[in-house]
Design a protein around this ligand. Structure first.
Ligand SMILES: [Zn+2]
Length: 111
């Protein structure tokens, strides 16, 4: 059975293959599976300086980030240890100030 990746825009699992493109019925996002396949041979995540990040790296926030859906603000300079890289819009799975959050790689730098 063909495995269809989750929607890169909203992470929905209800995506389907529509001839050429993958389609997400939940946010109407469409994308080319060939592009996804091309990035499949290794997750490459770069920090704000263009340095390649790897699982287990420590990172530092380069700007204040307001957490979606809350009043919590992560301060510039906050550190996250032992990050985990994931596919998707927010590539970094980590803990900042004891909170498990997802970050965009463009807002961090390697510690
Ligand atoms: Zn979607």
């Amino acid at each position: 059975m063909e495995s269809i990746p989750n929607c890169p825009a909203c992470q929905s699992e209800h995506t389907y293959h529509d001839g050429t493109f993958y389609v997400c019925p939940e946010c109407a996002h469409e994308w080319d599976p060939n592009e996804v396949a091309a990035s499949d041979d290794g997750l490459q995540v770069k920090d704000s300086n263009g340095n390649l990040l790897t699982d287990g790296d420590d990172i530092i926030l380069i700007k204040d980030l307001k957490l979606k859906g809350s009043s919590t603000v992560l301060k510039k300079g906050a550190k996250a240890k032992g990050i985990r890289l994931v596919e998707g819009d927010h590539e970094i799975d980590c803990k900042v100030d004891g909170m498990k959050i997802m970050l965009k790689a463009c807002f961090v730098k390697k510690a």
